[in-house]
Design a protein around this ligand. Structure first.
Ligand code: IVH
Length: 693
């Protein structure tokens, strides 16, 4: 029988058997797992699984125990919440319990929460404003000020009893140690201690440099850092804090609404997050959430949702709480960005440049807002370092637009017979031995004719950002390559339409469309073609920059390295790469084939009237820093008006346009007797086609 793993993704994965023997076994296993992961999380500070998975274990345990109370184990984790006995900290009893929040996982649930609480209120008590806050992914603490002085700080613990972490909290620079003269007699502030992403990354960099194991994520690191016996360790971790609630208070003339309370806390010197907002219309709450989903990855701290709160304190009171959570607030959870799933196999993909990248084939999992079936493992070293193996349960991360990646295996769930994975010695597509270049992390297939490389090059060439040839989806590229119709990008322009029209799935219309799309591509602009050719270090921005400086392929073919180096924003490395590419024999033939096949890209033409073509026959070299233009722009204008603008001064140069700090070109101008003009003269020249008298 297949091993029953702990992973519970949705209800469907819960044990749905009522067979007492199976339930009892499952409860025992769940107890074991919860204790194991609890210990890793609390005692060792090195959790293996994401919190959402740990929550699922709990949910399954509680659900099974409620359904089968007779089968509850005497040592069940449910009878020993949070294993308080193991804490090295003194206990703190929360005078007002620190509650949790109910969750909404989609907008519909959010609406039904709002409707439900509205219905609890009387007719004339319409909820008139809502406060939206970020749901910070850290750990909740309560900080007590007496007479304005910080006297105690405690973790949430089980909500009733927490741990005394006063000494550690005092080391957090965000948290004021005294609140000044306006402080009330007693004020208990609640909020989230967290570790910023930059602080987390730099902490891990330091650990890596000193060969210490790195931390898994900011949230767990924040929790571990706050629960240190030695507060100098806490101090070294750069923790931060956001306040979001008042607990107990005495002689505080509290405002009437939550939003005003936040402003008051801010005035007392407590850190209040800038994204807290108040709205009167619920539809603005929804827009806020949509905005935050966009903004999420621009923040320097992790969030896992948005908290929506009823603003008016009197209404909050009327709504009250359930045993677990207040009714007047809800956490709208953003999709988790880390989940566990089974790694089915590790394969190697071959990129268009021959780079061999290991990737994981996964049991599909919903993470970071979409279902993921493959995730990158980056390179050979990373697989070894992480020791992920086929069959492992792995933690997968997908944040925003970033490519999903496998973070680590869950060692406790490793199948018994698993073996470390070995990087293949030859290309999976063409069997050429793979090569690891000296000093590089990447491994390569060096066969230019490798079918995967051909496919990759073509897919890139036709893609929307490059030559934008419609009707060339991945499947068609696959088909044309495997049919031998295309062996390189130039073949696109001599494709055998006769052959294609005989192929299954190609009606007259689709062949005509394909023909037209290819025809149009012949005159795409130069920037797109340069990008499409995958010249090393040439992304679309650099490609466009080069295109701005050369009118067409002919001109570019003749370019010397200096002509490239002078382009602002290119630098010697890119210039050398472009020059190297255009002087490589294989590429020279590719370019001539393309030209012979009618590919004739021009720089994006700017509309210039005939009377403005007033620099025909004029050669102007540009140097120094100009005020009104970049050197690039000046060169472009000269060329647009029919002039030439080479890199260096020669006897053929008409003028040297010199901005600030012109340097050696000024000497050359003198040597060749070239007239040096300034920007004002240049502007006059553009206007009038000649210099002022
Ligand atoms: S209000 C009684 N506001 O979320 C309600 N909680 O899942 C008190 N959290 O234990 C909580 N950001 O640790 C509130 N802006 C925010 C929050 C927030 C994060 C945490 C808090 C709480 C947990 C509940």
């Amino acid at each position: 029988m297949a091993q029953r793993y702990y992973r519970i993704v949705g209800k469907g994965d819960f044990l749905d058997s009522d067979n007492e023997k199976e339930v009892s076994l499952r409860l025992e296993k769940l107890g074991e797992l919860i204790r194991y992961h609890n210990d890793l999380y609390h005692a060792q500070g090195t959790p293996e699984i994401p919190d959402s998975d740990f929550d699922s274990l709990w949910q399954e345990l509680i659900a099974l125990e409620q359904k089968h109370p007779n089968l509850v184990k005497p040592d069940s984790p449910s009878s020993n919440v949070g294993s308080r006995s193991s804490t090295p900290f003194a206990e703190v009893e929360h005078r007002i319990p620190m509650q949790s929040l109910d969750n909404a996982f989609d907008i519909e649930q959010l609406h039904s929460w709002a409707d439900k609480i509205q219905r609890r209120l009387e007719e004339n008590q319409k909820i008139s404003s809502w406060v939206c806050e970020l749901k910070f992914d850290g750990l909740a603490v309560s900080i007590r000020y007496e007479g304005g002085q910080l006297v105690q700080a405690a973790t949430r613990g089980d909500g009733v009893i927490g741990e005394d972490v006063t000494d550690n909290v005092r080391t957090i620079s965000d948290i004021p140690k005294s609140l000044g003269k306006d402080a009330p007699e007693i004020l208990e502030v609640r909020g989230e201690v967290y570790l910023g992403i930059e602080a987390f990354d730099s902490l891990n960099r330091v650990r890596e440099a000193s060969n210490e194991p790195t931390f898994a994520n900011p949230r767990n690191t924040a929790a571990g850092s706050l629960r240190q016996k030695d507060s100098t360790i806490t101090a070294s971790r750069n923790l931060s804090f956001w306040a979001y609630q008042v607990g107990e208070s005495k002689s505080a003339s509290l405002e009437k609404g939550h939003f005003e309370i936040l402003q008051w806390l801010r005035k007392l010197g407590l850190p209040i997050n800038e994204h807290a907002k108040r709205f009167t219309r619920f539809k603005d709450v929804i827009s806020y959430i949509e905005n935050i989903e966009e903004l999420r990855h621009d923040l320097d701290y992790e969030i896992d949702g948005v908290v929506v709160k009823v603003d008016d304190l009197a209404t909050q009171q009327k709504l009250g709480s359930t045993a677990r959570a207040p009714r007047w607030a809800i956490a709208y959870k953003l999709p988790p960005e880390e989940r566990t799933t089974r790694l089915i196999d590790i394969e190697v993909s071959i990129g268009p440049g021959g780079q061999a990248t290991p990737f994981a084939k996964l049991e599909p999992i919903f993470v970071g807002g979409s279902t993921v079936g493959t995730a990158t493992l980056h390179n050979a070293d990373q697989v070894i370092e992480k020791d992920v193996r086929p069959g492992d349960l792995v933690v997968v991360r997908k944040a925003g637009d970033v490519i999903p990646e496998v973070l680590r295996p869950v060692i406790s769930e490793r199948p018994k017979n698993s073996r470390p994975w070995k990087f293949p010695s030859s290309c999976p597509a063409c069997e050429t031995p793979l090569e690891r270049r000296e000093g590089e992390a990447a491994t390569f297939c060096n066969n230019y004719e490798c079918p995967r490389q051909i496919r990759g090059r073509i897919e890139h060439f036709v893609s929307r950002g490059a030559m934008d040839i419609e009707g060339f989806g991945e499947q068609r590229v696959d088909l044309f390559v495997s049919e031998g119709l295309i062996r390189d990008v130039s073949d696109i322009f001599q494709i055998d339409f006769e052959h294609i029209s005989q192929m299954e799935g190609f009606g007259e219309l689709s062949v005509t469309n394909l023909k037209n799309a290819i025809e149009q591509a012949r005159s795409r602009d130069l920037g797109r073609l340069l990008f499409a050719l995958r010249i090393p270090h040439v992304g679309i921005t650099v490609a466009n920059l080069i295109a701005e400086n050369f009118y067409d392929l002919e001109e570019l073919k003749k370019a010397q390295i200096q002509d490239l180096e002078i382009i602002d924003g290119l630098g010697p490395k890119i210039a050398a790469s472009v020059f190297g590419w255009f002087t490589n024999q294989r590429n020279i033939s590719l370019i001539s084939s393309l030209q012979e096949l009618g590919v004739d890209p021009k720089s994006e033409p700017t509309f210039i009237s005939e009377s403005e073509m007033n620099l025909m026959g004029v050669t102007i070299v540009v140097t120094g820093k100009l005020k009104d233009f970049s050197r690039e722009q000046a060169r472009k204008i000269i060329k647009e008006r029919g002039g030439k603008s080479p890199a260096s001064v020669s006897a053929k140069t008409t003028y040297l346009l010199a901005g600030e700090g012109g340097g050696s070109k000024l000497d050359q101008a003198e040597q060749f007797g070239v007239l040096v003009i300034d920007e004002a003269a240049f502007n006059y020249l553009l206007e009038n086609g000649e210099l002022p008298e």
